[in-house]
Design a protein around this ligand. Structure first.
Ligand code: RB5
Length: 149
């Protein structure tokens, strides 16, 4: 399994902790930045991670900003991306099982480190259930198709 990670400056400390956590488990990562604490805008990092995922260069992505919100909204503009902001373990489980989320978004200013790492583990270890949920995801793809040029 290969995981793409990205953050803005506000999410950098948590992103680095997540990278340490994944590397300790022997999980391959691709760090798409940011790499410094200098203030920056999250959209470009969201795009880099989203492209790693839709191109299948990476299996899943993890994005971090202050809230997880801006960076997930940006990632969700890429067709085929289903980015879910999670601040609890139930959502981490459900977004994989029901929504086949392919990017997890975390808020550095929202979740503590212990909870964030539990959310990461659950996100990476939960499988999509398919069945009726596939039909619902197909509905999302239809919306993308309607608005793509
Ligand atoms: C940066 O201050 C902050 O706005 C950003 O990290 C994020 O929380 C936006 O959604």
């Amino acid at each position: 399994m290969k995981i793409a990670l990205g953050s803005d400056h506000a999410g950098l400390p948590l992103k680095n902790e997540v990278i340490k956590h994944l590397e300790a488990k022997g999980i391959e990562i691709k760090d798409c930045g940011t790499y410094t604490e200098q203030s920056c805008d999250y959209a470009g990092f969201a795009l880099s991670v989203a492209e790693e995922v839709v191109s299948k260069n990476c299996d899943l992505g993890i994005l971090v900003c202050g809230t997880g919100i801006g960076i997930s909204i940006a990632a969700n503009k890429v067709p085929g991306i289903r980015a879910a902001v999670c601040g609890d373990t139930f959502s981490a489980h459900a977004c994989r099982e029901h929504n086949n989320a392919n990017i997890l978004a975390l808020g550095q200013r929202v979740v503590g480190l212990g909870l964030a790492l539990d959310i990461v583990d659950i996100f990476l270890n939960t499988k999509f259930e398919g069945g009726r949920h596939q039909r619902r995801i197909d509905g999302i793809a239809e919306i993308e198709k309607k608005y793509s040029k």
